[in-house]
Structures are given as structure tokens and as C-alpha cells.
Design a protein around this ligand. Structure first.
Ligand SMILES: NC(=O)c1ccc[n+]([C@@H]2O[C@H](COP(=O)([O-])OP(=O)(O)OC[C@H]3O[C@@H](n4cnc5c(N)ncnc54)[C@H](O)[C@@H]3O)[C@@H](O)[C@H]2O)c1
Length: 422
């Protein structure tokens, strides 16, 4: 029996087409690994719960885990990122889905609890909400050893788990899959980088000649700066880390405090994992240029001061799907994308399937690794084994027909030794 609550089951056929298109672009997750899983069933008898963006790419991860023998439960990791047609299609394929676009905070946690009620053995999270809920409300799943281990997909989630680990309250083995090279160097940089296109979708604006402010110069934001420059924008970067700021400066961007950018910024896009990158103060709001577009691609909706902007505006007009015009008391208008939530997922379709192929290839192989090593995993943060990271890298290259050199024994000994010098 499939357990589920989705928005509209009649969207399933549309969702199947979306899954099919993504599948053709995910040769590692949806072909090589899935076919092996189908034969070997390494996840037989295992229940996996994913709190992830319910997109066509996540749908293909779920299908691969199911092909491996797992019973899969899914809920959304963001109230606005669920693709309702994909959710409906997955239910028809026997995946237990609790997700719909536009759920409230209360419904969001109800969906998480439905997945935890299934007593999962592996949790795959995106932002930490499910695993934190398990620690708070489902302690028996942890103490009884039902949960074997967990995986975290995004930077903000990893930060939360590092904080838990430091305080000694992380009680499960936790693999920060986000930190694997095959994840953050591609998904974050290329996927979120290309996510600036969502700002174009949002307002249909020309980037060329515009002053585009990118807050942060990390994995996601440096990718966004590069692509905004590629579209002809004058890019200004803001940072709090001196080294990242130097990297941005030496890459040819203007670097300055965010407050100094406000009067001239046409578009401001954040991806920092921090809160209140623009301080929630009237004096800041008064500095905005009329017509500025504000968007966030970081995990939570507090990077731009969404709540305070709504309170300050005298009128809020929805003007396109997931875009609002906020009219300030002095008549100034600003445009807020996706209610301050992940604009690339809400306004467009999230990361392209090609990059998610690597992230979800990692999640698939890590699920297998967790089952194989279940007796030796200890609570706390555990790095993704480099062999698994490399394996996904090789599979991706192979699928693209790209070959690379192999170290000879002599070369291996040289780069791992110290005797050979001048
Ligand atoms: N939109 C998506 O689809 C997507 C994908 C991956 C990650 N994310 C999220 O994006 C955010 C960033 O992830 P990342 O991997 O780039 O992290 P990162 O740590 O690589 O980069 C964040 C950067 O922001 C800078 N920063 C922090 N506070 C700042 C502030 N107040 N002002 C200016 N700069 C500041 C940091 O110094 C750092 O250089 C996280 O919330 C992550 O979960 C979103």
C-alpha cells in the first residue's frame, strides 16, 4: 500500500514526462547505478525517508533507491519547491509522498512526521529539518538503532549538524554529502550559478548593463557572479570573509559592504546561508533603488528580510507567478521573488538534471555504503569516503565519453613520497 498526500493526482501523466526527461540526463543515477541496484538489491528491507525538494531529479533518486529494494518515503524540504506533477507521478510508482506546493509551516512538519512515522532506517535531508525533528520528537528511532545513519544534502544543513555535533547533541552517524567534491563543486556552483536565470524568469529582465549585487562569494554565489557577468551585468560582490572577498576582487568584481550597494542595485541576489544579509531596518529599505528586484537562492527565507519587508510595505501585489510587487509608504516599488525562498527552485525548475545526477549518484551509493557498514558507524559527522566521491566522478566522465590519465606507479610513489627533490 502506498501512503501519500499530494496536491492533485490527475497531474501524474505530466509528472511522468518530467521524470522521463530528467532520467535521460541522469546517466549515473538513473542508469548505471539504477541497473546495478535492480540486479543486486543492496537496499532490500531498508526504509529510506527523504526530506528533499520534490523535483523530477529527486524523483529519479527515489526510483533508483526503490530499484535497489528500499521502501521510499518523501516529503518536501521547502514549502514552495514541490513540483506537484512529479509528486503525483511518484505515488503511481509506489513511492510514499507527502508533499505539495505551497504548504504551511504546520503542514510542512506534518509531512515530515508522516515520513518519520514509517520508522525509516536512513534519512536523507536537505536543510536538516527532518533529522532535527527526529532528534526532538522521535528519539526512540535513534536509541533503538532503527535509524542507521543520515545524509545531508545542503550547506545550511551541514552547518546545523556541525553545531549539533559540537554541542554533543548529534546522536546519529551523519554524512555531509554536500561537502563531497562531486556535490558542492557542481550542484552548488553550476546549478545555483545558473539559478540567476530564475531572476530573469521572475521579471523577464535584461541583465546586460544592470548593477547586479551578489551577496556571498562561496560555492553558490561565486557561480552566480560568474554567470551574471557572462550576461553582461556589472557585478558587485558583498562578503564577510576576507579571503573570499579577495578572491572576488582578484576575479575582477567590485567588492563593498551591502549597504553601499543599495542605492544603485537593480538586482540583488543572496546565497550566503546567513540571516539578514540586508538588515531588516527601515533605513536600509529607504536606500533601495526604485524597482529593485530582490531574490534569495540560499536555503532559508531570512537572507533577505522577507517578513520585515512585508510588514513595511503598504501594499503587496502579486504580479506574476511567485513574484510580488511591494509598494512602500513613499510610493517606491520593489519586486520580491519567491517570497524570499529559493528562487531557482520556486521560479524555475531547480538545478538541471545533469548536475543533480552527481549529487544523487552520491546519495544512492552512500545509501548502499550505510547498509554495508551499518555495524561500524558511530554517531557524529563522518566524511563521505573519497572512493565514493571518485567513483561518481568517474561514472560521470564515462557517461560523457571523457577519458583521463591514470597515475603510473612511479608517479604515485613520487607524489606520495619525500625523498625525491632538487
Ligand atoms: N538554491 C539552491 O538550489 C542551493 C543549492 C545549494 C546550496 N544552497 C544554499 O545556499 C547557501 C550557500 O551555500 P554555499 O554552498 O554557497 O555556502 P558557502 O559556505 O560555500 O558560501 C557562503 C558564502 O557566504 C558568505 N557570507 C556569509 N554571511 C554573509 C553575509 N552576511 N554577507 C555576505 N556574505 C556572507 C560566506 O563567507 C561564504 O563565502 C546555503 O544556504 C545552502 O544551503 C542553495
Amino acid at each position: 500500500m502506498v501512503n501519500y498526500k499530494v496536491a492533485n493526482e490527475s497531474l501524474a501523466d505530466q509528472g511522468k514526462e518530467a521524470l522521463y526527461i530528467a532520467e535521460s540526463k541522469m546517466p549515473v543515477t538513473a542508469k548505471v547505478i539504477r541497473e546495478r541496484f535492480q540486479r543486486e538489491k543492496p537496499l532490500k528491507g531498508i526504509i529510506i525517508a527523504g526530506c528533499l525538494h520534490i523535483t523530477k531529479e529527486t524523483g529519479n533518486l527515489a526510483r533508483t533507491l526503490k530499484a535497489g529494494g528500499a521502501e521510499v518515503y518523501l516529503c518536501g524540504s521547502n514549502p514552495l519547491s514541490t513540483q506537484d506533477n512529479v509528486a503525483a507521478a511518484l505515488v503511481q510508482e509506489g513511492i510514499n509522498v507527502f508533499a505539495w506546493h505551497g504548504n504551511t509551516d504546520e503542514e510542512f512538519y506534518w509531512c515530515i512526521r508522516q515520513c518519520l512515522d514509517a520508522k525509516p532506517n536512513i534519512l536523507i535531508d536537505d536543510g536538516a529539518d527532518m533529522i532535527v525533528t527526529a532528534h526532538q520528537e522521535y528519539k526512540d528511532l535513534i536509541t533503538s538503532g532503527t535509524i542507521i545513519a543520515c545524509q545531508e544534502e545542503t550547506t545550511t544543513g551541514v552547518k546545523r549538524f556541525k553545531a549539533m555535533d559540537k554541542q554533543g547533541v548529534l546522536k546519529v552517524p551523519l554524512f555531509p554529502v554536500n561537502d563531497a567534491r562531486c556535490k558542492n563543486q557542481f550542484d552548488n556552483e553550476l546549478g545555483t550559478g545558473q539559478g540567476i536565470v530564475s531572476a530573469i524568469y521572475g521579471m523577464h529582465v535584461l541583465f546586460a548593463g544592470k548593477n547586479v549585487v551578489i551577496a556571498g562569494y562561496g560555492h553558490c554565489s561565486s557561480g552566480m557572479a560568474l554567470r551574471a557577468r557572462g550576461l553582461g551585468a556589472n557585478v558587485i560582490v558583498t562578503e564577510v570573509d576576507p579571503i573570499k572577498a579577495l578572491q572576488a576582487k582578484f576575479s575582477g568584481y567590485q567588492v563593498m559592504p551591502i549597504e553601499d550597494t543599495l542605492a544603485n542595485a537593480d538586482i540583488i541576489l543572496t546565497a550566503t546561508g546567513c540571516k539578514h544579509v540586508i538588515a531588516p531596518k527601515k533605513e536600509m529599505f529607504d536606500k533601495f533603488k526604485n524597482g529593485v528586484i530582490l531574490g534569495n537562492l540560499g536555503h532559508f527565507d531570512i537572507e533577505v528580510p522577507t517578513k520585515e519587508l512585508y510588514e513595511y510595505a503598504k501594499e503587496i501585489k502579486p504580479i506574476r507567478q511567485d513574484v510580488e510587487e511591494l509598494i512602500f509608504p513613499d510610493g517606491k516599488r520593489i519586486y520580491l521573488l519567491a517570497k524570499g525562498r529559493l528562487a531557482n527552485l520556486v521560479l524555475s525548475e531547480g538545478h538541471p538534471a545533469e548536475v543533480m545526477d552527481m549529487s544523487f549518484g552520491l546519495q544512492s551509493l552512500m545509501s548502499e555504503y550505510i547498509v554495508k557498514n551499518k555495524n561500524s558507524l558511530k554517531p557524529g559527522m563522518i566524511e563521505v569516503p573519497v572512493e565514493i566521491d571518485d567513483r561518481v566522478g568517474f561514472l560521470k566522465l564515462q557517461s560523457m565519453g571523457v577519458e583521463i590519465d591514470k597515475l603510473t606507479e612511479e608517479q604515485y610513489n613520487y607524489i606520495h613520497g619525500f625523498l625525491e627533490g632538487t
